[in-house]
Design a protein around this ligand. Structure first.
Ligand SMILES: *Cc1c(COP(=O)(O)O)cnc(C)c1O
Length: 402
């Protein structure tokens, strides 16, 4: 299967990188020139059969693709829709992020860059990127807030073992937002030798279309596998939405299938009636944030609001431009699941199927568990199980009082 970006009109941006009215190029002319260079290199790479051969080899023999599609028969309700899982948790490093990290590092190497640079919050993006860099022989520098470093021990250790340079960020609140600023400043000091690698389908053009191109393998595989296994397409496909990369990966395979309902599941945190959530498409407003136009959760002054989710990978006030457009057009539906529903689903999947999901992915499982009993038994929901829960076990034990 090829890496080529899906050509469906709704997932094809304008030359400026707009999906509908969302996304777009960065306004700063100096940075815009760097983004244009990366965008051109991406277009060349995607059109080059050698690049596709390299990607296909790494997907099959390093990441372990295709990831299976599994019928979660024990989890599915009696007399309701059947729940199926796309097992991205079985990828090397345990989540879907490796798909776009390998793509970006391979692109950086192709461009002659000596180093990739990124920020990380909980460390998931940092670990996936450090893995790809170790494999492909590119130096890696990760900026991480000091508060997050203290909280995320195992991922910090992994990044160190993998040989990346970890830069602690103590300015501001010492968390993700400050790490973003710090990493981007470091990038602008040396853009000749460095490429900035993003962790989701966010940021200015070309990042949203780049990450989409590398994640679309999930949806292409899933559609073919599901058809082979069941002889039909799923009634609904569902995925959790933080920045939105695993969801776009899955959705992109089903864009042409008008009968397949696309469902993104956002973190409702402590409840949509509190301030402690990160349900961007459900409660946010359009505006410009971090160099691109999207829905985002805003404070009184229109600045990005503080957000909350038990799943740190969903803890982001904005969302990828593709999702904003799909929401406005009504092509995808956006729902939410609370922290409590997330933990209930986390335990339910662990104990009925022997699969411990990432807390992020558990949001999509929670949606399926709520929705399936309302649907007839001949219908199906395919959930993207974006990652495994090993990283969350200590936190879950503490929260669940086990
Ligand atoms: C980072 C992460 C997410 C959220 O990112 P998206 O870009 O919204 O997919 C979801 N699941 C897992 C396991 C993650 O690590």
């Amino acid at each position: 299967m090829t890496t080529h970006p899906h050509t469906h009109p709704l997932l094809t941006p304008t030359p400026g990188g707009f999906f509908g009215e969302y996304g777009g190029p960065i306004s700063d002319p100096k940075i815009a020139a760097l983004m244009t260079e990366i965008g051109q290199a991406l277009d060349e790479a995607l059109a080059d059969p050698t690049f596709e051969t390299q990607m296909a080899d790494l997907r099959a023999n390093y990441v372990g693709r295709p990831s299976p599609v599994y019928h979660a028969g024990n989890l599915s309700p009696k007399g309701g829709a059947q729940i199926w899982l796309k097992r991205e948790d079985l990828n090397h490093t345990g989540a879907h992020k490796i798909n776009h990290c390998i793509g970006q590092v391979l692109l950086a190497r192709r461009m002659g860059k000596k180093r990739v640079l990124a920020e990380t919050g909980a460390g998931q993006h940092g670990v996936a990127l450090a893995t790809a860099c170790a494999l492909l022989g590119v130096a890696c520098e990760i900026h991480m807030g000091v508060v997050d470093i203290a909280k995320e021990h195992p991922n910090v250790s992994r990044m160190k073992i993998l040989g990346c340079k970890l830069v602690p960020v103590s300015m501001g609140t010492g968390t993700l937002k400050d790490a973003v600023d710090s990493a981007f400043m470091a990038y602008l000091q040396d853009p000749e030798d460095t490429m900035f690698a993003i962790g989701s389908i966010c940021g200015p053009d070309p990042y949203p279309r780049m990450v989409q191109a590398f994640q679309s393998i999930v949806g292409r595989e899933a559609r073919q596998q599901f058809l082979e296994r069941t002889g039909a397409l799923p009634t609904e496909v569902a995925a959790c939405v933080g920045g939105g990369s695993n969801a776009i990966g899955l959705f992109s395979g089903f864009m042409d299938d008008e009968d397949v309902t696309l469902v993104g599941v956002e973190p409702a945190g402590k409840g949509l009636d509190t301030r402690d959530h990160a349900a961007t498409l459900t409660l946010g407003k359009p505006g410009e944030m971090h160099g691109f136009r999207c829905y985002y959760l805003q404070d009184e002054n229109g600045a990005p609001a503080p957000v909350h989710s038990v799943a740190s990978g969903l803890d982001y006030p904005g969302v990828g431009p593709q999702h904003c457009n799909l929401k406005d057009l009504g092509r995808a539906r956006y729902e939410s699941a609370t922290d409590k529903e997330c933990f209930d689903a986390f335990l339910a999947l662990s104990r009925s199927e022997g699969i411990i999901p990432a807390l992020e992915s558990a949001h999509a499982v929670a949606y399926a568990m709520r929705r399936a009993p309302q649907m007839p038994p001949d219908q199906t929901i395919l959930v993207n199980l974006s990652g495994r829960g090993d990283k969350d076990i200590d936190f879950a034990i503490e929260q669940l009082g086990l």
